[in-house]
Design a protein around this ligand. Structure first.
Ligand code: ZN
Ligand code: MN
Length: 255
């Protein structure tokens, strides 16, 4: 079968491709509000699509995404105050990462790439990888390489300058904003309706956290920065950076 999607293959095909050294991508996402103008699955669609583009160029496989993310935070994802967002606890998320890596390793995979689309997954992914290394045995991991990538880190500064001539607000505030909206317009225009975008941002957060969370800090739309200026063309620039960045990393780390 001519597909990069692991779960669309039969077991002998997966067995053969892993034995041949195919890098295995694990997209890490979330089911989380992304404003009034986008679907809840943005953090799943983006890393899955980026992984698929990169995998097609490096002979890789893309696992089914983890579609639930670690607890959404007001300052990076809008937080729990929005209907629709479903959260995993950090330990649950870390255990999923750990178990998938351990089982891939048991089946012979030695080149594993976690590709993250949800900011709050960073910490629990690191923990999940560490727990996997503990479980496999640190003395048995000489031939194992696990890469942890956040797709937004691969956007080149030149591209950010082109998209944000007035200055980049920073990835935390980019939730449901120009970067995510543009990439979704390029990949899944059917899941974006810019006419529903409310321009009530950007969020003005305190430079610290307070619990219980104050409810006045997240713009009511759920968009933390601005949506205005999003285009499918900008989305393609961003996706091209992410794809090229991953291909470069794979060649550097796995050859
Ligand atoms: Zn997102
Ligand atoms: Mn998110």
């Amino acid at each position: 079968m001519d597909t990069v999607f692991y779960a669309e293959l039969s077991w002998p095909e997966v067995e053969a491709r892993i034995a041949a050294g195919a890098p295995v991508f694990l997209p890490l996402g979330a089911t989380e509000q992304h404003g009034r103008h986008m679907a809840l699955n943005v953090d799943v669609v983006l890393p899955t699509a980026i992984a698929a583009r990169a995998a097609a160029r490096v002979g890789g496989l893309v696992l089914p995404a983890v579609a639930y993310g670690n607890r959404s935070q007001p300052r990076t994802g809008g937080g729990p105050g929005f209907p629709g967002t479903l959260n995993l606890r950090a330990d649950t998320f870390a255990m999923i990462v750990r178990d998938v890596i351990c089982d891939l390793h048991r089946q012979g995979a030695r080149r594993i790439v976690t590709l993250n689309g949800h900011y709050e997954n960073i910490g629990p992914t690191i923990e999940g990888i560490e727990l996997a290394l503990d479980a496999i045995g640190r003395d048995r991991t000489a031939d194992l390489i696990i890469l942890r990538i956040d797709h937004w880190e691969l956007i080149r500064p030149e591209t950010l300058d082109r998209i944000f001539p007035e200055g980049y607000p920073g990835i935390e505030l980019e939730h449901a904003s120009v970067i995510e909206t543009s990439m979704m317009m390029a990949l899944r225009p059917d899941l974006v309706d810019l006419s529903r975008a409310a321009h009530d941002g950007p969020a003005r957060f305190r430079p610290y956290d307070r619990y219980p969370r104050p409810c006045d800090e997240v713009p009511p739309s759920g968009v933390l920065s601005l949506t205005a200026g999003s285009t499918a063309e900008k989305g393609e620039w961003l996706l091209a950076d992410c794809e090229a960045g991953i291909v470069q990393i794979i060649h550097r780390e796995f050859s």
